[in-house]
Design a protein around this ligand. Structure first.
Ligand SMILES: Cc1ncc(COP(=O)(O)O)c(C=O)c1O
Length: 382
């Protein structure tokens, strides 16, 4: 048996999504910018996909722009805030995805924008009092704080942060890559400038995502060329990706409550079983709480001599999980998120288990057996 418990890195595509995409690879292949019938057909498919997504999120289709994924959308929001919306100060946190942190650091170095990191407690909870102090003490600010943390499952109180940002006229972006498709968003009520998504995190295709850019935001072209995406992003659209993403999000929303309960139960069951079987196991961040992102569980095992090998040994046993976020080089270096909350412990392995609606209880039981045997057989230090 092979069990995949790394769904925060990416998810398998839903077969219905694949079916929705197939005709756009063969029968309907026209360039959406062509004025003939072939082009009009695919242009219509793109606009219908945009409308599907906008209807689900309760915003206008003109506020949805397609991108190559979450990273590009994060970059776009940050560049827009500084280049087009007059922000002179970036506030983010040390547990953001590298797409946000690295971009913030680069913008600070290259553009001389001041960069502040909001305080977090030992569980990774954002200190809203400190956020307000930073907003008060600085010029026009751009706030980028993720909705659901991909490693430690903390959830940001989006409405509270949005209200605070509105009070100080700050530009607010939330990376919603891990929560899109898992929670309902009502953008007719949420006062936010930007949020973003990546289709492969919710059973859609890789290499496609979108950014919500509220009407009150100002954004200039990111990629110039043929004027696609209303001039914001030139280049022939990822037609099949866009069609697949809209279908994937639609499927998520249709069964949202059911998936939430199902996946939450798998996570809570795994946590309880680990707690009972592994003495002194630690849960990182907020991930053990029932109010955390219900797809992610992050644990640290007691000290063992082969802590560095644990992920590898589990992989050999057929269990795929991760030590943190997926890294492009494939290397496992210490997680910057665990480091930021003081949860990186020498000689102890930390593992992130992340679940999806396609996992079964049998798979989880298989994984738990392998985790228990691998961890308990490992020679304990001290
Ligand atoms: C929170 C978060 N933001 C951004 C990204 C990047 O998304 P993409 O892979 O679509 O560029 C990821 C993916 O790991 C993520 O988890």
């Amino acid at each position: 048996m092979n069990v995949y418990l790394d769904n925060a890195a990416t998810t398998p595509m839903d077969k219905e999504v694949v079916q929705a995409m197939l005709p756009y690879m063969t029968d309907f292949f026209g360039n959406p910018s062509s004025s003939h019938a072939f082009g009009r057909k695919t242009k219509t498919a793109i606009e219908l996909s945009r409308r599907t997504i906008a209807n689900l999120l309760k915003c206008s289709p003109s506020e949805i722009y397609f991108t190559s994924g979450g990273t590009e959308a994060d970059n776009l929001a940050m560049h827009a805030a500084v280049n087009d919306m007059g922000c002179v100060h970036i506030i983010t946190s040390a547990i953001e995805h590298s797409a946000v942190i690295k971009t913030a650091q680069l913008m600070s170095e290259r553009k001389g924008v001041k960069l502040s990191l909001v305080k977090l407690d030992e569980r990774g909870t954002v200190d809203l009092g400190h956020l307000e102090e930073l907003l008060v003490a600085n010029g026009k600010s751009f706030v980028s704080l993720m909705h659901g943390n991909n490693e430690i499952a903390n959830l940001l109180p989006l409405q509270d942060v949005a209200d605070l940002c509105a009070k100080y006229e700050a530009v607010f972006h939330s990376d919603t890559v891990q929560t899109m498709g898992h929670y309902a968003f009502d953008l007719s009520k949420l006062n936010i400038h930007f949020l973003n998504a990546s289709a492969h995190k919710f059973h859609g295709p890789k290499g496609v995502g979108f950014i919500y850019i509220s009407k009150k935001s100002k954004v200039s072209a990111e990629i110039t060329g043929g004027g696609q995406e209303r001039g914001l992003r030139g280049g022939t659209e990822n037609l099949t990706g866009i069609v697949g993403m809209a279908k994937a999000l639609d499927l998520c929303y249709t069964h949202l409550a059911e998936h939430q309960v199902y996946i939450s139960n798998l996570k809570q069951y795994t946590a309880a079983q680990l707690e009972a079987a592994v003495p002194d196991i630690l849960f990182n961040g907020d991930s053990r709480s029932v109010d955390s992102l219900y797809t992610v569980l992050n644990v640290t095992f007691p000290p063992t001599k082969n802590a560095d090998m644990l992920l590898f040994l589990l992989d050999l046993e057929g269990v795929a999980c991760s030590g943190g976020s997926a890294c492009s080089s494939g290397a496992t270096k210490g997680s910057h998120v665990l480091d930021a909350i003081g949860a990186l412990r020498a000689g102890q392995a930390s593992i992130r288990f992340s679940f999806s609606r396609l996992n079964t209880k049998e798979e989880v039981d298989f994984a738990l057996e392998k985790v228990k045997s691998t961890c308990l057989q490992a020679e304990t230090v001290g």
